[in-house]
Design a protein around this ligand. Structure first.
Ligand code: F6P
Length: 367
């Protein structure tokens, strides 16, 4: 039961899930209850729940024991954009702006603030709602690590570990069969996962969206390794990588709905190019949603807890219209409007690219 005059806040998780979401929900709920006696309303399935008025009260016991759980106890959706809500599912769906309905639903709920935990899509929508007068605080999440206003997002460390474990495992079969093994990892237009897991797993070739690749240096590395008796190679390729002058490979072009364009398939395209160019047997492993699944790493649990705790501090200080993030190792606040300006890609001069090349890793270019 809500106590008399007890303040109420709402929280939602939007966009693709990732490990660490539950750590944030737990931190927000526990701190808001223990330190400020707030009532927490969990909105179900991201903005879908705000549009359709689906929510649940989160009590202390609801968030107890969820720190190590992957996914989100609230559910999520990456299709429900209140500013462009898809009506119908067919080939030519209609879209409608239902943002006023969302604002009304929040008013009726009587919440002091809405905490939106999500990636750039969710946070851009949060910015739109904030411009309509909704008091909002953003918390960044994504395995892609590509959100403006923070050096790191939770989910990334866990995803990098999954990819690194996979690359470690693939070494033995690649070696036994004398094959080229291509590992395709996620990240959309950003190469952070490929760069980090490629270095951690000791990939021979790492291909990022930010550095369009040439086939020649790749083939040179593969053949040179064979000549030296290292008759296998591991290539880590980001799903958003493309050849110089080429296009990003898409699984589905989509129907114009939210997040409907799905990347994927560059691993197979590259595998075909390699087999056509030389007598090198090649196999492709697409790690896909395994990278988003399972228990969060210790790092992501701690980061999620820090961000959740700071989000509550921001509510109490009425620092609305901003996102909590990390710069260096310190928490920081960034206005939501500057998050909406697109993904944070790997800079071409990022020190880790130079480090990879300094140990002989090919980044798809001739040095
Ligand atoms: O943004 C996270 C992410 O996992 C991307 O790396 C990937 O391209 C996309 O989401 C996959 O989305 P979906 O779960 O809709 O297939």
């Amino acid at each position: 039961m809500r106590k008399k005059n007890q303040k109420r806040i709402a929280v939602l998780t939007g966009g693709g899930d990732c490990p660490g979401l539950n750590a944030v929900l737990r931190a927000i709920t526990k701190q808001a209850i223990l330190e400020h006696d707030l009532e927490i309303i969990g909105i179900e399935d991201g903005y879908e729940g705000l549009i359709r008025n689906r929510h649940q009260r989160l009590d202390y016991d609801d968030v107890s024991g969820i720190l190590n759980l992957g996914g989100t106890i609230l559910g999520t959706s990456n299709r429900a954009n209140p500013f462009r809500y898809q009506i119908g599912r067919g080939k030519h769906p209609d879209f409608s702006d239902v943002s006023d309905k969302v604002v009304k639903n929040l008013k009726t709920l009587g919440v002091e603030c809405l905490v939106c935990i999500g990636g750039d899509g969710t946070l851009s929508i949060a910015h739109g709602l904030s411009q309509k007068g909704v008091p909002i605080i953003g918390v960044p999440k994504t395995i892609d690590n590509d959100i403006q206003g923070t050096d790191v997002s939770f989910g990334f460390d866990s995803a990098v570990q999954v990819c690194t474990d996979a690359i470690d495992r693939l070494h033995s079969t690649a070696k036994s069969h004398h094959r080229v093994m291509i590992v395709e990892v996620m990240g959309r237009t950003a190469g952070w996962i490929a760069l980090h897991s490629g270095i951690a797993g000791g990939g021979d070739i790492i291909l990022l969206p930010e550095l369009p690749y040439d086939l020649d240096p790749i083939m040179e590395v593969l053949k040179a390794r064979n000549r030296k008796g290292r008759r296998f190679s591991i290539i880590v390729v980001a799903e958003g990588a493309k050849s110089r002058g080429g296009k990003v490979v898409l699984q589905t072009r989509g129907d114009g709905g939210v997040a409907s364009e799905r990347l994927g398939g560059i691993g197979f395209a590259l595998g075909r190019e390699i087999e056509q160019a030389a007598d090198l047997e090649t196999r492709v492993v697409v790690l896909g949603h395994l990278q988003r699944s399972g228990s969060p790493s210790a790092f992501d649990r701690i980061l999620g807890t820090r961000l959740g705790s700071e989000a509550v501090a921001m509510i109490m200080a009425k620092r609305f219209g901003a996102m909590v993030g990390v710069k260096g190792n310190r928490l920081c606040h960034t206005p939501l409007k500057s998050i909406a300006k697109g993904p944070r890609n790997v800079p071409k001069n990022h020190p880790l690219i130079a480090v990879a090349e300094s140990v002989g890793t090919c980044m798809g270019r001739t040095l």
